[in-house]
Design a protein around this ligand. Structure first.
Ligand SMILES: [Cu+2]
Length: 128
């Protein structure tokens, strides 16, 4: 029993050129791309730097902090402050006299401020 299949192959070449006009939303220019990067493992024995909040102001931040180091925020004031990163990478609340340790897991120049007193501002530089 022989079956002959005739395959009538007709090749239709249709080029459909579609202009893809879908553009993603405008890229926010001010947000660093490092915000969601996977955290590097902390180096054991990283440095610990203390930044004191006093008299409604942030004290100086370290010049040479890097990933794996730790910032210890200390609030010497009698009111609650926050240490809030503009890129949302951290947001810490500190009641009067409280302190908090913050391991550095991403690098960059991170501007921060106090949610309750927005004129309180600082910048934290973290090297890779
Ligand atoms: Cu404050």
């Amino acid at each position: 029993m022989t079956k002959t299949n005739r395959i009538d192959a007709r090749l239709k070449t249709r080029l459909t050129v579609m202009a893809v006009a879908t553009l993603l939303a405008a890229v926010p220019a001010a947000i660093p791309a490092t915000a969601a990067a996977p955290a590097a493992p902390a180096h054991a024995g990283g440095h610990e730097y203390t930044v004191v909040i006093d008299d409604m102001d942030f004290g100086p931040t370290p010049d040479n902090a890097k990933i794996g180091d730790t910032i210890v925020w200390v609030n010497h004031d009698s009111v609650t402050h926050s240490v809030t990163a503009r890129n949302h990478s951290f947001d810490i609340r500190l009641g009067p006299g409280q302190s908090a340790k913050m391991p550095l897991t991403s690098s960059g120049r991170i501007a921060f401020f106090c949610l309750f007193h927005p004129s309180m501002r600082g910048v934290l530089n973290v090297a890779p």
